[in-house]
Design a protein around this ligand. Structure first.
Ligand SMILES: Nc1ncnc2c1ncn2[C@@H]1O[C@H](COP(=O)(O)OP(=O)(O)OP(=O)(O)O)[C@@H](O)[C@H]1O
Length: 306
């Protein structure tokens, strides 16, 4: 049986009379990349900071490799690393000083020069924190989360502010960290990131877990559809397309025809077009993504939880 890395039971947290985490429970197995997704204010950061011992729940319990983060922070820091949302360091500390300081806090740190190189921090080692760009600050906070070789690492909005290449590099770093045996908890708003990296994802909305599954499982459960769109070379019998098994809708959008349906329907649409002697110009087929599943699984995706 897989070892449990993080065990959250019936966690609740309120601020005043406002419940922001409401009876949340989940188990993360060692070696998983576990995603937490949800709208702004859903309670994601409160949940992971409760796991990191930075906030204490009002009810429930948390264990990280058997350690209670609310009563034993000292033991926790030996197994857990956290990259905080908008991590703030002393403005005047240099990148090198921060890496050396964090290394000194851990008994068996990862040699920091290697991490600095992987995160593109080498040219900035003597730069002060305050003078780093947002993306460079972000990369430093990821390095600081990893330098203690944590068994569990929490990455909160990992790739915010990173350019596309840096984002890909950081994703590979996360995979490598997991392959080296660590467990990763990833709070993210980036659907592509969650779909690429996570083994399982909890969707949090209004302080509660509304779905928990693999990315494919979430997409399937939400009934997200494949979209096929094209500019027809000749008048097209749209009714014939609507009649195809698995097609959910057919509509026109300017000069394009847009067909939505289950994955297999896309091929049937193409062969029906061939039968009608219609060439589908500028053909686009987009698979069901976590993005559409997420919008279905969260009630008010753009509204702050009030
Ligand atoms: N210290 C605090 N005092 C009062 N309210 C707080 C405090 N910290 C968080 N909150 C509120 O709790 C709710 C949950 O916040 P949290 O940061 O956990 O959400 P989140 O899901 O991480 O959001 P985001 O995606 O915007 O980072 C929000 O409405 C927030 O305003």
């Amino acid at each position: 049986m897989a070892e449990t890395a993080v065990d959250v039971k019936d966690l609740s947290k309120r601020y005043g009379d406002r419940v922001v985490v409401d009876d949340v429970g989940f188990v993360v197995e060692a070696g998983e990349i576990f995603g937490i997704l949800g709208p702004n204010g859903a309670g994601k950061t409160t949940t992971v900071e409760s796991i990191a011992g930075l906030r204490i729940g009002d009810a429930g319990s948390v264990r990280v490799h058997g350690i209670d983060p609310w009563t034993d922070r000292r033991s926790l820091t030996r197994v857990l690393g956290i990259q905080l949302q908008e991590s703030r360091l002393q403005p005047k500390i240099t990148v090198r000083e921060a890496l050396e300081l964090w290394s000194a806090l851990h008994p068996d740190p990862e040699p920091w020069p290697g991490l600095a190189e992987r995160l593109g921090l080498e040219p900035h080692l003597d730069q002060r924190f305050v003078s780093l760009s947002g993306g460079q600050q972000q990369r430093l906070s990821i390095a600081l989360a990893l330098v203690g070789r944590p068994r569990v690492v929490i990455l909160d909005e990992l790739s915010t502010g990173l350019d596309p290449r840096a984002r890909r590099d950081v994703w590979q770093l996360v995979r490598d960290v997991r392959d080296a045996g660590a467990t990763v908890l990833l709070v993210t708003h980036a659907m592509e990131e969650a779909q690429e990296l996570c083994d399982r994802i909890a969707i949090v909305d209004h302080g509660r877990i509304t779905a928990l599954d693999t990315p494919d499982g979430l997409i399937e459960a939400a009934g997200a559809l494949t979209r096929t769109s094209f500019v027809p070379s000749a008048p097209t019998d749209l009714e014939a397309l609507r009649a195809i098994r698995g097609v959910a809708s057919v509509r026109r959008a300017d000069d394009r025809v847009v067909v939505e349906g289950i994955e297999d329907a896309a091929l049937a649409v193409l062969s029906a077009l061939a039968g009608q002697q219609v060439v589908p110009h500028r053909l686009r087929v987009s698979g069901a993504t976590l993005d559409t599943a997420y919008l279905d699984l969260t009630a008010h995706p753009d509204k702050e939880f009030a």
